[in-house]
Write a protein that binds this ligand. Structure first.
Ligand code: MCA
Ligand code: AMP
Length: 506
């Protein structure tokens, strides 16, 4: 039996046609050849096995973006493990939750977080990625024999768990199978007409669906190359742009590029495709981009649980403000949340999706899975949308309480629970307000508990309490104190009213 995902992603590479990593424009950085990269993947696979990693075991990873980190992902797939990437911004208490929940056989961390790793798992289970310390994966890999045969894995076996926060405040591990990942990468490769001639400018993080699966899986599959940058910087992107054919990004990438005069029609003229996703791309940004470059950004829509669901067409009308029609093989349904009935064309409903891309459920949360993944295979996205006669989907809002800042999801409930626990706080509501750079930004509205020494409570005190616990990108940019929160007749906090009051504030 073969390894469903590994064999497909790297089959072409084995035949030696192409190179996954592109040299940087100044040729200062000579990237690994495909055969050296594969050799690294196979050595890291051996190291994982020597640390007891077996098929089905989770391998949790919190490391900065690098070619070696990508090799680690592929090594996990090769040994049949379940790859569990974690945002590098997560604090120790956030990582502790994921480790406790997923019980990884091995936790791989940056050397600067080795002590944290040792506090969270048995020390034998902690590895660092760099070559600089004891317990380093790369040091062990350099002495290891390459694992010459991939562990057999079926299409329905798990390849990855990606945590996505929940409306209850507890993060849920979305279980993604080999078939989920491979089918979506194949669909996107075809839909976006990727070929071995493509060079993707890769400036996204690789601990999320967008940068890892949409970007890397597609590029491995199509036989093209990537210019692998550590993160987004306008300077670095403009520098590498002449060598690239495609850019994938969150809307913030495009607003930042447009804010720079060096990003001209000439600078973009050779590019085949600009893709945006993970957060709404304002129609104004789409239009400004077209005015500047003469090119239309291709916007698509997806979720951690489903990979990509819809995409504007490669050939054909890319409509500003829409996320395009369903991708081939993906079925969409718009449902009235009260009646459960389909809504008429053009009406707003909650979007449900079904297809080979839809995940296998939430890790060890059968009840949550049953709530959101229906017996008929449709997954309730929590996004509110309309679908027009041509099948174009427009995301008009969210029935789930979610803030998206710079493409990162922030669930208000998680923050509200932490703020409510601060001495002197009676209750709180966390909202997203418009932000020029990140799209949305976090604001906390707090009611003091006057029966305590609440007068001493300040916004700084609240932010200090959150600082050690919560990743920086989730922390409120502003805290407002109010006498009471606006509520409707059912007692539910009216976040819309709060957004109207504080929407101009940031
Ligand atoms: C950084 N900061 C943020 C964010 N990023 N705050 C809110 N939201 C963010 N996204 C904080 C930093 O801690 C810092 O705080 C301050 O903002 C300024 O940082 P800066 O250097 O400007 O940020 P950056 O390093 O340039 O990062 C901005 C970014 C980055 C390039 C937009 O956040 C990014 O790469 N986002 C992509 C996220 C992504 O890949 N999402 C896909 C998820 P201070 O100054 O106070 O220290 S997958 C998904 O959503 C689905 C499946 C899909 O459809 O794709
Ligand atoms: P995540 O849970 O990180 O996978 O984020 C998925 C959510 O991001 C979706 O449910 C949408 O709310 C949002 N999203 C992703 N792409 C788009 C897009 N192109 N337009 C609007 N919202 C998007």
């Amino acid at each position: 039996m073969s390894n469903h995902l590994f064999d497909a992603l790297l089959a072409g590479r084995r035949q030696g046609n192409g190179q996954l990593f592109s040299p940087t424009p100044d040729s200062a950085n000579r990237p690994l050849s495909d055969s050296d990269f594969l050799d690294l993947v196979c050595r890291v696979s051996s190291v994982l096995q020597s640390h007891g990693v077996k098929a089905g075991d989770r391998v949790a990873v919190q490391v900065p973006k690098s070619i070696e980190a990508l090799a680690l992902y592929l090594a996990c797939v090769r040994v049949g493990a379940v790859f569990l990437p974690l945002n590098t911004a997560y604090t120790e208490s956030e990582v502790a939750y994921f480790v406790e929940d997923a019980r990884p056989q091995v936790l791989v961390v940056d050397v600067t977080r080795q002590a944290m790793g040792a506090r969270l798992v048995q020390s034998s289970g902690v590895l660092t990625l760099g070559a600089e310390s004891d317990g380093s994966l790369l040091t062990e890999a350099s002495a290891a024999a390459p694992l010459d045969k991939a562990v057999a894995r079926h299409a329905d076996d798990l390849a990855a768990i990606l945590y996505t926060s929940g409306t209850t405040g507890r993060s849920k591990g979305a279980m993604l199978t080999h078939a989920n990942l491979l089918s979506n990468a194949q669909t996107l490769c075809t839909a976006w007409q990727f070929t071995p001639a493509d060079v993707l400018l890769h400036a996204l993080p690789i601990f999320h669906t967008h940068g890892l699966f949409v970007a890397c899986n597609v590029m491995m599959l199509c036989g093209g190359r990537m210019i692998f940058q550590p993160g987004f910087s306008t300077d670095a992107v403009l520098w590498a742009l002449p060598e690239a054919t495609v850019l994938m990004g969150v809307p913030t990438f495009y607003t930042r590029l447009l804010a720079d005069d060096r990003f001209t029609r000439e600078a973009a003229a050779h590019m085949r495709l600009f893709i945006s996703g993970s957060a709404p791309l304002l129609a104004d940004t789409h239009k400004a981009f077209e005015q500047r470059t003469g090119q239309r950004i291709l916007e698509r829509y997806g979720m951690t649980e489903t990979n990509m669901n819809t995409s504007n067409p490669y050939d054909g009308d890319r409509r500003a403000g829409t996320v395009g029609p369903a991708l081939p093989g993906v079925e969409l349904k718009l449902v009235n949340p009260e009646s459960g009935q389909r809504v008429a064309t053009g009406e707003v409903g909650v979007l449900q999706v079904r297809g080979p891309n839809v995940f296998a459920g939430y890790w060890q949360m059968p009840d949550k899975t049953a709530e959101e993944l229906l017996p008929d295979g449709f997954f309730i996205t929590g996004d509110l949308a309309t679908i027009d006669e041509q099948g174009y989907v427009t995301i008009v809002g969210r029935s789930k309480d979610l803030i998206i800042a710079g493409g990162y999801n922030i669930y208000p409930k998680e923050l509200e629970l932490l703020i409510d626990a601060v001495p002197g706080v009676l209750e709180s509501a966390v909202i997203g307000v418009p932000h020029a750079d990140f799209g949305e930004s976090v604001v906390a509205v707090v009611v003091k508990d006057e029966s305590t020494s609440a007068s001493a409570l300040t916004d700084d005190l609240i932010l200090e309490q959150l600082a050690g616990t919560l990743a920086k990108f989730k922390q409120p940019r502003q805290v407002h104190f109010v006498d009471q929160l606006p509520r409707n007749a059912m007692g539910k906090v009216q976040k819309k009213a709060l957004r109207e009051t504080y929407g101009e504030a940031v």
